[in-house]
Structures are given as C-alpha cells and as structure tokens.
Design a binder for this molecule. Structure first.
Ligand code: PEP
Ligand code: MG
Length: 581
C-alpha cells in the first residue's frame, strides 16, 4: 500500500529511485577474556584488521573519481596516516596483552583513552579532531568484525540513481555520494540550514532532512519518490502516482533549462533597480557552477572545507594556492573569502560527534572567536588572503561578529601582516575591502557601529535567524519555528540595510534567505541590492528580480515591518509574490 513520510525539504527537485540505507555506528563491542595461549593470535588478528583497513582506504583514495575536490583526498590521507600511528596499532596490541582481552575491546579502550585526551585539549580546533579518531577506530572494528566498508565509501556504480537514506550525513559524505551519482538524500536528523543541507542545494541533489526514523520505514532496494519541493517521501507508489511525479520531474527540468536564457541577462527590476547576484561556494569545484549560471562574482566562499578533513591546519601556501586558483577561475569577478567559520555545526564531521563538550556549541567558541583564540589557525589564512589580493579583486569577510573589539583585533592583525609584507616587498592590494558578517542580533542592532569600521557588511540570515528566534539551526525538533519572515528578523534586516546606506557602504545578504524565491521581492522591497545565493538558485532569483516592481515591493515591505497578525502578513506576502510586477 502506498505510504507517505514527511520531513523538511532542503534541496529542490524530484528523485525517483531505489533506496540505499546507510547503517553506521551500530557496532556492538563486548569484552571477551582470552586464555594466555590465545593472546598472540589475537594480536595478529588486530594486525590483519589494521592492514585490511589500510588496504580499503588506499583503494578508496586510488579510485577517487576525477574532479573530486582535493579536500576529500586529504581527508582519506589523514586517516591513512593515523592507521600507521602507534596509537592505532601498537597500543591496542599492548592492551590485548595487558588485559588478555579480545582485539575489539582493546581498540575500544584505546579509543576511549584517545578521545579523553582530545576532550581535555584547550585547543578547540584539535579537540574537534576526535571525530577522525572515531572514524578510524570504527574502520578497524568493522574489519575485526568482518563488516564490509560502507557502500558509499568505495566507488560503486550501482549507487548511481539511488536515493540514500541515513541517520545523518557529513558534508564529506555528500561530496562522495554526488560523485557516485546518487539521485537524492534523506536524513533522519538535521535542519535546512545545516552545512550538509546547504551543500546538497549547491550540489543540486534533491534532499529531505529531519525525517525521523526514515530507515525504519524504507527497505533496501525498494523504489521511492523523493519530493524535495514539499519534503515528502512516497513509498510503494502505483503507476499512476509514479507517472505524475515523472511528469513533474520533466516539468522542473524544462523550467530549469528555460532559465538558462537568463545567464547573460542583467538582473534589474522592472523599474530599473540594478541588483547584483553573486554565488555562494563551498568547494573549489563549485566554480564551474558559478560560471555556468553567470554569477557576477562570489559573495561568500566558505573556507571551512579547507580545514575540514585535513591532517593539520592548512598552511599559508595551501590557502594561497587554493585562493589563487579561484581568483584565476573567476577571471576578474570579485571573490569574497570568508575567514574560517569553524565550530558549532561545522566541525570536521557534522552530526552526533559535533562539539559535545559545550552545552551550547552555537553560542560557543566558533568563527571569529575561535580564530582570534587560535593564531596558528588564523594567521596563515589572513596572510594568504592578503597575498592573493595582489592577483585580482578579493574581499575578506569576517564571520559572526558580535563585538566591535573583534573587528579591531582582526584589523590590527591585518595591519601587522601588511607592514611585514611591505618591508619584505611582498605584493598585496592595500585597498582590499574588509567586511563583516552581521549574523548576531546585537551586531544587527548596532550595525551602524560595525559599518563605521568596515568596508562592507553581509547579512548571514542562517545564523541571524537562529540567534534571533533562539532556535538551533540543526535541531529538527524546532525547525518549525525557523522563520525568515518573522517581523523581528525583517526589522533587523531593515536596520542593517539602513546602517549600510547611511555609512555609504554596500550591504549584501549571503544567508539562505537570499536564495529563497519566496522572499526575493520582499528583500528587494526592503532595499537589498546584493544577493549571494547558491548557484542552483541564482537564475530563478534573477527571473523573479527581472519581474519585480521595486516600488510595489517597497510599499508592501514597509507595511510588513509593522503588521503582527500572521494571517494578514501571509496575505501581504502572497499579494507581493503574485502581483508584485
Ligand atoms: C549565515 O549564517 O547565514 C551564513 C551565510 O553563514 P553559515 O551558513 O556558513 O553559518
Ligand atoms: Mg553563519
């Protein structure tokens, strides 16, 4: 019988395909006491499992499809290096001998010990590396228990066209899955603005998150329909329903293809307000997509991927080479490099291993706070950004500012680096724009003070909404409260735009709200003229902009700032979206 399941739609598009369920972290480990004569063969069993784990990883690395971002290969190399480390082979062997126990138990003891060491580290960046420990340990135990590697971790053509259902997926998992050609993803946890969801949108993979117990309701290989528009999964569909969705799929493909004609067209409202449409990118490989949609530049390059899945913090040259590659690919269009926004939902691997130390990681040591605390992480990145400014139009953007002092500290470091470069004859652009993201309500309310210190502002609505409405952006239990349309949010946006225009500096928006077609006209009405959106949304946003009267939009937007009644608000937005031309 046909059944439907509801989750949170995070990436548009319809997928029809067979299910592949990812099962992970369900390893059962019991302690087994060994007789003295069994100990050495147990040590040998451990050695074999480590070798097999190494072999599997090498196989994965050697078969990485061409075009896979370097970050993914680096991530695999890190795990290979760890497998060669005494902590992962000699130490568990010693524990087998000491406790006369089975290898699984020894590996588990060693895991607990390593994780405890990581947890005690003051260095928040290193602390987050314990996820890697878990993944490597998990791999050894799977080999001890003769589990196969997870299917999506090895090149597998059969995954092509399948819909992956998992408890949770990391951004790195998603990149691998995209290379396997999966048709869609469904996760049991997560929210629409989690990093994984953002990545799904930029990779154009239809997706649904927060679909509780999804793995319980679907079975491997059964065919399902994933509707990434409405967040619905349909199982055991009959031919009539399948045909209807195939038709919708075809319509969507036609619609997206039709938008291509707008690639070269300017973005300008019906009454002549020019709008800048830039792209958000997460990976170096996204640059193809930036060009494909004719974006006028990159309004947000999330550099976290350079840090994630990396053995150590990237050095200055690694930053520099990546940025130079991007500047060259952009061929004169501006590149806005956001300094590392690590922490909270963007640790090395997303999900249950995220910073469990802090009770409220989103309010903790993340983004610019972490960078200022960790010079070894921050300085090489700043030096590279300053150096690359000599090669093209580069802007530097500081995330999650809450305090003017943070701006001053960053600007001080920039000054120090520039002075050093000047004295050594290293080239850089002394006029490189330095801007900040306004995503903390306190910064939004006092945006004028930030505008006085910075060259531009960019509104990060994902965090601004999270902090304004007090809802964790990755917690599916409170997703329903996530509301860009809340009057409190709109007033903050209006305040930031006003502060920018009074100070005579540009204000962009690079949060997901900028790429949500439901709010395009409203944002134009509030006075936003610079949008940075994921490439998959850019042409559709341009289509709406080009069919909007800014004057009509302004009139309705102004009203919306003062109307509290929900029904009246929705009616006004509806009016704007249907008759706003
Ligand atoms: C935001 O918060 O809106 C933003 C663009 O940054 P991120 O989603 O990477 O936190
Ligand atoms: Mg943010």
């Amino acid at each position: 019988m046909t059944f439907t399941l509801h989750g949170v739609a995070v990436s548009r598009g319809i997928a029809i395909g067979r299910v592949h369920v990812v099962e992970r972290n369900q390893l059962q480990i019991d302690e087994i006491r060994l007789a003295a004569h069994e100990v050495e063969s147990e040590v040998e069993r451990l050695g074999n499992a480590v070798s097999r784990a190494r072999h599997h990883l090498r196989e994965i690395r050697d078969n990485i499809p061409s075009g896979t971002p370097n970050e993914i290969a680096a991530f695999i190399d890190t795990h290979l290096l760890m497998l060669d480390d005494a902590s992962f082979n000699e130490e568990p062997a010693r524990l087998i001998r000491q406790h006369q126990c089975n290898a699984e138990w020894a590996v588990k003891l060693q895991r607990d010990k390593l994780v405890a060491v990581f947890d005690e580290m003051d260095d928040a960046y290193l602390r987050t590396r314990r996820d890697d420990v878990d993944h490597v340990i998990d791999r050894i135990i799977r080999n001890l228990q003769r589990h196969k590697p997870l299917r999506h971790e090895v090149p597998d053509r059969k995954l092509q066209g399948m819909i992956v259902v998992a408890r949770d997926l990391s951004p790195a998992d998603l990149v691998l899955l995209q290379h396997h050609g999966v048709a869609g993803i469904i996760t049991e946890y997560g929210g629409p603005t989690s990093h994984m969801s953002i990545l799904a949108r930029s990779l154009g993979i239809p997706g649904i998150v927060g679909l509780h117990h999804a793995r319980r309701y679907v079975t491997e290989d059964e065919t399902i329909i994933l509707d990434g528009e409405d967040g619905v999964v349909i199982g055991s569909a009959n031919e009539r329903i399948l045909n209807e969705y195939r038709q919708r799929q075809a319509e969507r493909t036609r619609y997206v293809a039709g938008l291509q004609v707008l690639r070269e067209a300017p973005a300008v409202t019906l009454d002549g307000v020019a709008i800048t449409l830039q792209a958000n990118v997460e990976l170096a490989s996204d640059f193809e997509n930036v060009r494909a949609v004719g974006a006028s530049g990159v309004g947000l390059y999330r550099t976290e991927f350079l840090f994630m899945n990396h053995a150590d913090v990237p050095d200055e040259d690694e930053h520099f080479n990546t940025y130079l590659q991007m500047v060259t690919a952009l061929d004169g269009a501006p590149l806005t490099i956001r300094t590392a926004d690590l922490g909270a939902d963007k640790p090395l691997r997303q999900g249950e291993e995220a910073d469990q130390q802090a009770a409220n990681p989103a309010l903790g040591l993340r983004a610019v706070r972490l960078c200022l605390r960790e010079p070894s992480l921050f300085w090489p990145q700043l030096r590279a950004i300053i150096r690359v400014s000599a090669f093209g139009p580069v802007r530097m953007m500081i995330p999650m500012l809450s305090n003017i002092d943070e701006v001053r500290q960053v600007l001080d470091i920039v000054r120090t680096i520039r002075n050093e470069f000047s004295s050594r004859g290293v080239e850089f652009d002394p006029h490189m724009a330095i801007g900040g993201m306004i995503e903390v309500p306190a910064a939004a309310i006092s945006a004028d003070l930030f505008a006085a210190e910075l060259d531009f502002l960019s509104i990060g609505t994902n965090d601004l909404i999270q902090y304004t409405l007090a809802i964790d952006r990755v917690n599916d239990e409170v997703n329903y409260l996530y509301d860009p349309f809340h009057p409190g949010v709109l007033r903050l946006i209006a305040t930031i735009l006003d502060a920018g225009s009074r100070a005579g500096i540009p204000v962009a928006m690079c949060g997901e709200m900028a790429g949500d077609r439901a709010y395009t006209r409203l944002l134009v009405g509030l006075g936003l003229t610079e949008f940075s959106v994921h490439p998959a949304a850019l042409l559709e946003i341009k289509h709406i902009v080009n069919n909007t009267s800014a004057e009509n939009a302004r009139a309705i937007a102004r009203q919306l700032l003062d109307v509290g009644d929900g029904a009246r608000r929705r009616a006004l937005l509806e009016e704007l979206n249907t008759h706003g031309t």
